[in-house]
Design a protein around this ligand. Sequence first.
Ligand code: SME
Length: 216
Amino acid sequence: MSRNNSFFRRVSAIYFIDDVCIFQINAPSTIDFKDIFYYIVIVLMRKDLFKFGGKIMFKPIVYNEYRENNYVTVLQQLTSLIDGETDLIANLANAAALLNQFLTEVNWVGFYLWKDNELVLGPFQGLPACIRIPYGKGVCGTAIAERKTQLVPNVHEFPGHIVCDAASQSEIVIPMIKEDTIIGVLDIDSPIKDRFDTIDQRHLEKFVNILLTQIV
Ligand code: SME
């Protein structure tokens, strides 16, 4: 479906709140009933997701061209996947798999967990990676030391960057901190420079916050 399709000219956003689907229609447009087919397809796709998400099977969906909307969908998928599950490793494993099938142009997606004052490799998708990262070292250790997201457009210009996959060119690391307790980091690498921006940052921070709600 191209952006010139009349459906996408009319619909500026699609939101899902639980099972309720809300279409935001561009003013002064009114609903074109010829487009009703698209509305029904989208609602049915989401019904499947809510029915199967995290309970029976994960049903991959086709993400559209609207990046922010896609992130909203992924946040809902994550919420559904971890609903009622408090096992940290299980939730992080599914979270890494979810991000890996969603994000384009990434070569490593995963978690490092804080143990005995260092970061230790956790669930991930990608090539085998370095196992231990000291506090304050590399992009991950810096995210912990500064307690804030590190958005790195070019890893070769980041002092002390730790090379795990030589293909990595840019990186984003979000610290996972719950009520002042360090849990770990979410780390994502890309084989292209400047892959991540503040839209990624804002939504990936929400992604981490959803994961933190399940940590007891
Ligand atoms: N580049 C990270 C190390 C982890 S790998 O990218 C998977 C860093 O500098 O902390």
